[in-house]
Each structure stands twice: as structure tokens, then as C-alpha cells.
Design a protein around this ligand. Structure first.
Ligand code: SF4
Length: 503
């Protein structure tokens, strides 16, 4: 994980373990360190916090440590999305983790093999250690960030919106204590000259006035810069004036689709070109107040059909030249969201190795309204359009401040722009040239194309040898199979399959 995007929860686990009387060492692996030299060798328990893209890496590290007699624990997004698979490779797998859950692990601290124990609190913890307590872990992580240093903070958990693909759509919205927020910001000013805070709230500003009051009470306006993800419905001009006053420098709103997810965009009743114009006007207005804006889109949603959604996105780029477009291929992360059950019931989820599930390197849901080849043609086309020389130049000119101007150029010329054009084009070409590719994508074969095996092998390096047998594969229907069977009732047709029997 990039040091500036490092998660808060591993730091929380570190603080809680110390409070329970343990010695802790925390490492944020950014992909460049020599793991063999940074990982400690004299430990009793290893906790790994991983997103799904790092699953194979974490499985390999866990295997290496278990051989040495260490008990291993997995938490984070991958553990929440794929607990059944993770249990094969860890002694404990954690869902929602509060201090009591952690205590249970520490008190038991025993190997559980071949299948690890799954533990989850009923809900997210009511409070988390603040920046002061986490500082001993934040500081060394920030040293790994080359120029910008972003301190991770949380003002709330969960989200009241219900975007069907999102892991937070089923997590109750819960604001964290405002006193803690104030204390964190004040503390930060004693440690850094002009700190940058990245809000990790899934949707910043649900209780907008309360959060902004707390920020204003804690620190003088302009003394700390902020970055946040927020939905368009919350970004009214009045709110933007206050965000500007408090030095919010970057906002990442999700548009997702021109035909769906209208609630969070505050545009429930409009679709298609009308939505493009409405959202474009709003994003251009946001850019008058906030120097850096990234707009997020999901490609391949069931509501999309034909070339129109892609053409509308191009129109949006023309009308909103300053915003950086971020694209995600529709991905069903295990049991992250209820929508994934539907995909699994329909047999549309493919078993691409976790290593590629980063919203871009593989799309594990077969699109409802597209065959793979035309779909990838559209993906390549929209990526090329978004990061063409003309688009890069227009973005440069449309941004006012130096850092955003150049950040957009760098992003467009690196993995997010040129890199993705190259990768998506390579996948598209293989769909024609490599029959094993097309068969795998269409669901006609479970045999993973060599292309994917080679990439994992090369990315894992020497840890490839530690990857347990079979760990490259997972059951893409595990979520569906874990559902309780619903007994038949008189109102159900006698031959209807019970949930979980659709395999
Ligand atoms: S608004 Fe954002 S955080 Fe909330 S449910 Fe939708 S995608 Fe998730």
C-alpha cells in the first residue's frame, strides 16, 4: 500500500496490542521494501491487514511464518470479503474488529489448522485510538512517502447511502467523537508544519456542519490541508465555500454511472445526457473552490448498454476538462456487497486470482450487456480518450494551481493513464490471439491462462515459492454457498430451488 494511503486499522491493532501488554512492531509494505529484511523474526503472532490485491502475497507471508511456529491473523478488506478462503491460510480471520475481538485472539493465540477461526464483532468499534496514540506508527510510515505526506484520519464509519456495489452500503453510518477529532488536529499541529490530512471516511461530510464546526474550533483555517472522498449530493456551493475556507485541497466524488446511482449524485431523476450536463456543471463549480478533483466511474455496470455510456463519459470529459477521471472495472469482491450474491446466483463471477482484483487488472463479473471483446474495445477507447495528449493538455490548462496541474500530468503518463491503456490493450489483443483467454473469460474453462500465472510469479518474486498449493485459486461462489438455506413455505412454488442450491 502506498505510504500515503496506509490504512488506519493496522495502527489501531498496534495500539490495542500494546495496551494489552505486548511488544509491537508495525511495517507498512509499499511494494518496494525487501520483505525478508523488514519482517521481524522473533515474534509470536503476526497480524496482516490486506486488501484483496495483496491476498496472495499475504498468504505466502503467512505460510512462511507458520512454518516457523508463528500464529497468523488476517484482517482488513480481504478478510471481510473472502473469509472462507482466508481461513485456509491463517489461524484467525477477522471481520469487524473491536478491542474485545482482538483480546480473544491474544488470549487464545493458538494455531488453528487446517482451518482458521473466523471472528467478527457485531459492528464497527464505537471509538478508535486517535492520532496521538497512533503517531509512533504514523511517523515511520510517512517517512516512506517521498514528497507529500498524508496523515490518515477518520471522522465516521459506514455510509447512509446504499450503492449496491459498495462494502459500506450495508454498514451503519456512525460518526466518531468530535472531541477526538479536535484533539487529533491540535496534536498534529505540534508535530508537522503544515500537515495534510486524508479523511478515510467512506463518505466525508454526512454530518457536514458538525464536522466543519469541530475542525474550525480546533485549528485556524488554512493551517492544515485536507483531502476527502465525498458524494456529489453533499457538495453544494454553500458547503464548498466552507470547505475552501478550511483548506480542503482535493475531493473525490463518485459519479459511477450515467444511468444508476443517482441518489449519491443528488441527481435521482435525471439520466443520460441530462445527467452529464447537470454533473458537469456541478463539478466545474466544485473546481472553483477545490483545487483538485477526481471523478470516479465504474465501467460495466448492469445499467450500461452499448456505446452510449462511454460516449457520455467522453462528453463529460469535454465539458469538465479539469477533473481527473478515475475508472474502475466492475468487480465483485466476495461478500463485500449484497449485489455480489446476485452475480453469483447468475453464475457471472469468474475466479480471477485475487492478485488482479484491484478494479483494473481483471473484471471478475461477466458484464450483463456486453460481450468481452466489444467491452474491452470500449474500455481501451475511453482510457485513450481520457489520457490523450489533447485531454492531458486541456486538464493542465483547466487547473489553476501548480501541484494539481502537474499531478494530473504525472498520473496520466504513469500507470493510471498510459499504463492502463497498455494493459487493457494487451488483454484485448489476447482475447483474439489466445484461445485459452477467451475460454476463461467466457466461463468455458477454469484453467487460468498462463499470462496470469506468470504475472503473479513475477510479482511475488522469491515469495512465490512460499505460496501454498492451490492458493492461486478460490471459489468464486463461496458467498452464495455460505448463505443459510431458506425453508420452503406454502407461498413458494414447490420446485423453486432454495437459496444456495443454484449451483
Ligand atoms: S456513497 Fe460512497 S461510501 Fe456511500 S454507499 Fe455509495 S459508494 Fe459507498
Amino acid at each position: 500500500m502506498h505510504a500515503n494511503l496506509a490504512s488506519i486499522m493496522p495502527q489501531v491493532i498496534g495500539v490495542w496490542c500494546e495496551e494489552e501488554g505486548h511488544d509491537v512492531r508495525l511495517e507498512c509494505y509499499t511494494g518496494f521494501e525487501d520483505l525478508n529484511s523488514i519482517l521481524p523474526h522473533d515474534i509470536d503472532i503476526l497480524f496482516i491487514g490486506a486488501f484483496t490485491q495483496a491476498a496472495q502475497l499475504s498468504y505466502a507471508i503467512s505460510a512462511m511464518f507458520r512454518k516457523r511456529g508463528v500464529v497468523t491473523v488476517l484482517g482488513g478488506p480481504h478478510a471481510r470479503c473472502y473469509p472462507q478462503d482466508s481461513q485456509k491460510y491463517f489461524d484467525y480471520v477477522l471481520g469487524f474488529t473491536d478491542k474485545q475481538t482482538l483480546r480473544t485472539v491474544l488470549e487464545d493465540a493458538a494455531p488453528h489448522r487446517p482451518l482458521g477461526v473466523y471472528l467478527s464483532a457485531k459492528k464497527q468499534p464505537p471509538s478508535l485510538p486517535g492520532v496521538r496514540e497512533r503517531w509512533k506508527f504514523i511517523e515511520p510510515t510517512l517517512r516512506k512517502a517521498p514528497t507529500f505526506k498524508i496523515v490518515p484520519m477518520l471522522g465516521s464509519l459506514g455510509c447512509p447511502y446504499t450503492c449496491s456495489f459498495c462494502i459500506d452500503s450495508t454498514v451503519d453510518y456512525q460518526p466518531l467523537a468530535l472531541e477526538q477529532l479536535r484533539e487529533d488536529l491540535r496534536f498534529l499541529l505540534t508535530k508537522m508544519k503544515r500537515p495534510r490530512v486524508g479523511w478515510h471516511d467512506p463518505n466525508f461530510g454526512i454530518r457536514f456542519n458538525e464536522q466543519m464546526d469541530a475542525i474550525e474550533e480546533a485549528v485556524p483555517p488554512g493551517s492544515i490541508d485536507f483531502l476527502a472522498e465525498s458524494s456529489l449530493a453533499l457538495l453544494s456551493e454553500k458547503h464548498l465555500q466552507r470547505l475552501k475556507k478550511n483548506s480542503f485541497k482535493a475531493i473525490l466524488p463518485g459519479i459511477e454511472s450515467w444511468y444508476d446511482m443517482g441518489g449519491k449524485a443528488g441527481a435521482k431523476s435525471v439520466q443520460g445526457m441530462d445527467k452529464v450536463k447537470r454533473i458537469s456543471d456541478q463539478v466545474n463549480m466544485i473546481m472553483r473552490y477545490i483545487p483538485y478533483v477526481q471523478t470516479n466511474f465504474v465501467l460495466g455496470l448492469d445499467s450500461d448498454e452499448g456505446e452510449e455510456p462511454f460516449e457520455l463519459t467522453k462528453k463529460f470529459i469535454d465539458l469538465t476538462p479539469g477533473a481527473f477521471p478515475g475508472y474502475s472495472l466492475l468487480t465483485a469482491f466476495g461478500q463485500a456487497a449484497p449485489l455480489n450474491l446476485e452475480f453469483q446466483r447468475e453464475g457471472r463471477v469468474a475466479g480471477f486470482p485475487f492478485h488482479f482484483l484491484n478494479n483494473n487488472h481483471a473484471m471478475n463479473v461477466r458484464p450483463r450487456n456486453y460481450a468481452w471483446r466489444p467491452f474491452y474495445d470500449h474500455v481501451v477507447d475511453i482510457t485513450k480518450y481520457s489520457f490523450s495528449r489533447q485531454a492531458i493538455a486541456r486538464r493542465f490548462l483547466a487547473n489553476r494551481e501548480t501541484i494539481p496541474k502537474w499531478m494530473n500530468v504525472v498520473r496520466a503518463l504513469s500507470t493510471e493513464g498510459s499504463g492502463r491503456i497498455k494493459y487493457h490493450s494487451a488483454v484485448r489483443a489476447r482475447l483474439d490471439s489466445d484461445p485459452s483467454f477467451a475460454r476463461y473469460f467466457e466461463g468455458g474453462s477454469d484453467e487460468l491462462p498462463q499470462f496470469y500465472v506468470d504475472r503473479v510469479k513475477s510479482d511475488l518474486g522469491s515469495l512465490w515459492d512460499e505460496l501454498p498449493e492451490g492458493a492461486l485459486y478460490h471459489d468464486p461462489h463461496a458467498y452464495l454457498k455460505s448463505q443459510p438455506r431458506i425453508p420452503l413455505t406454502l407461498t413458494q412454488p414447490a420446485l423453486a430451488p432454495a437459496v444456495g442450491e443454484s449451483e
